[in-house]
Design a protein around this ligand. Sequence first.
Ligand SMILES: O=C[C@H](O)[C@H](O)COP(=O)(O)O
Ligand SMILES: C=C(OP(=O)(O)O)C(=O)O
Ligand SMILES: [Mn+2]
Length: 462
Amino acid sequence: MTTTATTTATTDPTTALDTWRDLPAAQQPTYPEGADVQQVVDTLSAMPPLVFAGECDQLTERLAAASRGEAFVMQGGDCAETFAYATADNIRDRVKTLLQMAAVLTYGASVPVVKIGRMAGQYTKPRSSDVETRGDVTLPAYRGDMVNDFEFTEQSRTPDPQRMLRGYHASAATLNLVRAFTAGGFADLRHVHSWNRGFAANAQYARYESMARDIDKAMRFMTACGADFEAMRSVEFYASHEALLLEYERALTRIDHRTGRAYDTSGHMVWVGERTRQLDGAHLEFVSRISNPVGVKLGPKVTGDDVMRLVDKVDPDRRPGRLTFITRMGTRTIRDALPAIVERVRSEGVPVVWVTDPMHGNTHTSSTGYKTRDFDDVVDEVRGFFEVHRSLGTVPGGMHVELTGNDVTECTGGANRIDDAGLAERYETVCDPRLNHQQSLELAFLVAQMLSDRAASEPTRG
Ligand SMILES: O=C[C@H](O)[C@H](O)COP(=O)(O)O
Ligand SMILES: C=C(OP(=O)(O)O)C(=O)O
Ligand SMILES: [Mn+2]
């Protein structure tokens, strides 16, 4: 814990929370004339927080451990959540997928896995273009359910501030269920392990069976040693999303009465995306004033000087766990682009968490016209991430993945080979293609192997 006052604890934290308003804010909706944004903001400002400051601080501590190699981060969920898909079954299956992945990764890494959903707030999207054209009709681009609706009609695509309120309520309902699932026995390691055994028993996934058997043995060993599985029936689970729609994030920011510091209570962790991380822009200014753990996405063109300016802006006190760099370089670029920035951050002694997002640098259009990603590219970017950190002696802190618990067909590849033609079968995403349940588990087994190779080459911690 630092004893130095952070920028978030300036004399008037409330005024500091509005400094972003003087700066250019990229990727904000253009509401129609007369739309009453202020009324929605006032309503949101009076709503209860979705998360608590103490929980955010706890996540900061967990992330600090990840920056030291004493934990590994598993962050995942939809590219864009939608109100219609915020159902009990969908939420359960996503949480289940993340828990299954985390269990396998825990075995591979031999350290605790910090579980962070990309959920309960992931309702806004930055877009490459402000408009979408279908045939001879051009309408505003879909920017996430909290801004407008995916349906391709003029009315649906018109941004509506009332959708921020619906986003708040959908996030509250999601988080409520997630908290129930992760505290109420659903996350029991024995269940999670038996789900994973079921996955690996499938002939298609035979190559993962030996690891599943090893985990089985480890579970029996723990039982024999008298491990208290009852105490492991609940898990810590955190919520995160991109802090894109600044009026929403600002309206949910509260001053913590314990410390006088500001927390964005819309999620435990928020991140700033590749398209909005301008150093003199509103998004970085806003997150520099809150005390939550903050992520910043980094694409392949980022330089060492850029990342140090980011550090100075967002984490001037070098607080361990405060800043996570989520790199999304692309499998063909990561091995060339990542070393320089990791090396620079290391040489400056900054305790950031390095997380790989192997999705956003690997998007292409399939021969059948779908926005997709190939499973092998995703795996190879993670492999590249581990290789770079191994060669520099730095810590690969975690991974960030777009996934769903459903059996969609949005990314090609995986043992259950989905090809370009197969994408049409169940392509449901409203933004980027997600790994389906099986592809997500397969990725977890492959990454667990990478982690265990890494753990095996290190002296035993203890
Ligand atoms: O999720 C990330 C971005 O919003 C997305 O990749 C942008 O996609 P677009 O190029 O289709 O706008
Ligand atoms: C928009 C996203 O990513 P990026 O900012 O890295 O492009 C995302 O995570 O959905
Ligand atoms: Mn995305």
